[in-house]
Design a protein around this ligand. Sequence first.
Ligand code: LTN
Length: 326
Amino acid sequence: MAKPILISGIQPSGKLHLGNYLGALKHFVELQNSGKYRCFFFIADLHSLTEPYTPKEKVAQITDLMRSFLAAGLSPIKSVLFMQSAIPAHSELAWILNTLTPMGELRRMTQFKEKSGVSAESASVGLFDYPVLMAADVLLYDAGVVPVGDDQDQHLELTRTLARKFNARFGKTFVEPKSLHTAVPRLMSLDDPTKKMSKSRPAGCLFLDDSPAEIRTKLGRATTDSGKEVKYDEKHKPGISNLLLIHSSLSGASVSALEKRYARKGYADFKRNVAEVVVKALTPYQAKKKKVSLSSAKSAFTKGDKAAGAIAEKKTVEVKKKVGLL
Ligand code: LTN
């Protein structure tokens, strides 16, 4: 039997951090290497235009993410790696799906509400329409499986609704995809463990490209809690709990094994050890990234653009015929 088709994308919007790696890239590599799926992974550059940027920054973010895909272990041989904007069918199908999407559905999207904030009237139409472009990304490839964080569930639900609606009106054309979640640790900021780890708090954020010295400094300064026991307790010890989570997700040791291991040691010792675990985990990625030249990354994506483009083009012709444009 043919393998199920799997697709996911990442927006190029700033430096990747440990949370992005554990939440997406690492997971993509495992899915690719499982051999269970026909995998498509892409850079959602069109989506990323819905947040503020300069053209110069954008070029840098895109090329950096291309190299990161390869450095993390995504392979142009095992997977189809492509650039969203290289394939016009994404924008084209998004337009056709737009005509089937009620405004009310998009207005209800939690991510739109959060990102547009208090000024929904001045938010761009692109931000509003983000989920429809995402639906096009998935539906073009007949993907059945979409690995995403649970913050994207509502968008996947809309994707299924649009697939069903299109199929009901024009005949069976699209597959209804399911989201695939795996346990993703919720990493908190090192300098304020009550906030999510994010690039907007750089002092508390471990970036994948941070040097060993930077990693050691950030962990040395990480907020710990009162007391001196290394114990997982999110409520009373958010700082130590976060460090336990980081250690555990990178070393593979369970949190309870780590509590035992560090039972007789102080916070300082523990923090130094967490820093070494992070350095060790990031070293192969960083070494590989140094070796991935921009031109080799570009040729990997060019190959994928061709493969994905052919599939997407074929689907677009089918869609246009169904709706009466061809
Ligand atoms: N919205 C996603 C990125 C994304 C995506 C997709 C994921 C854009 N298109 C299609 C899966 C399938 C995000 O921000 N995580």
